[in-house]
Design a protein around this ligand. Structure first.
Ligand code: ZN
Length: 237
């Protein structure tokens, strides 16, 4: 890679696995997911998001070329269609749960969450009701979404919940501040990250993965650590 490109830790973002319905940018087939995780495993680069954050927080940032995998929303298919693949390839992941959706149709039950948690899957908060935080006017509601969801998950899981994901990737300075005050160690957005965002532990950008990311060349580019810069350069041409 040219010397002027800086490695940016790729944080991959998935939603649904192995379902046909819904937005194609929010799902991958089970075959695609299996292939993508096998490619990641063959590179030996998978690390938990917590692990990746410790690397980012180290000064100067340590740069082993690692990749973290995350899921948003807590769909039931994460248990029925992704969990066994993650176990096969030993890929650590963080699933960001919307506490108000747990146990509802198509979403993870507490039983599945407990089982996955025991098997090493990490869970983060994705709020209580999935609001677009910049539209939330009441500070009390914002607190309930950010802090309340953390407390609820910690009580049920019996472990610390250090990571937060902004619904729709949207946040304000106030929300970001509140995430820090609530005791989270880091927060992720969507792929709207701006230049330098990867250095802000409370606004880490992510790379959305779909079926189109499966061919190995595309997968390697997306997980290269230079993808966002590559995209920007392409746009600039
Ligand atoms: Zn979401």
């Amino acid at each position: 890679m040219p010397f002027f490109l800086r490695y940016e830790y790729p944080i991959l973002n998935y939603h649904r696995v192995g379902v046909q319905e819904g937005d194609p940018t929010m799902r991958v087939s089970q075959e695609s997911f299996d292939r993508q995780m096998s490619l990641l495993a063959s590179q030996g680069r998978a690390i938990s998001l917590e692990g990746l954050i410790s690397l980012l927080a180290s000064k100067p940032p340590s740069l082993p070329k690692k990749v973290a995998v995350t899921f948003d929303d807590g769909y039931e298919d994460n248990y029925t269609h992704a969990f066994s693949i993650l176990k096969t390839y030993r890929i650590p992941v963080t699933i960001f749960l919307v506490t108000g959706w747990i146990g509802k149709k198509e979403f993870l039950s507490w039983e599945a969450i407990q089982e996955m948690s025991k098997e090493g899957i990490s869970f983060g908060s994705h709020t209580k009701n999935h609001p677009y935080l910049p539209s939330v006017e009441s500070r009390q509601v914002l607190e309930e979404e950010i802090k309340g969801s953390k407390e609820l998950l910690e009580n049920r899981l019996g472990k610390e919940v250090p990571l937060f994901s902004y619904p729709f990737g949207g946040f304000t300075e106030e929300a970001k501040q509140m995430v820090q005050e609530a005791g989270y160690q880091a927060a992720v957005t969507s792929n709207r990250g701006e230049k330098g965002r990867e250095r802000d532990l409370f606004a880490l950008s992510r790379i959305k993965m779909t079926d189109a990311s499966t061919p190995s060349l595309i997968f390697h580019i997306k997980t290269s650590g230079y993808y966002e810069q590559f995209k920007k350069k392409k746009k600039a041409c």
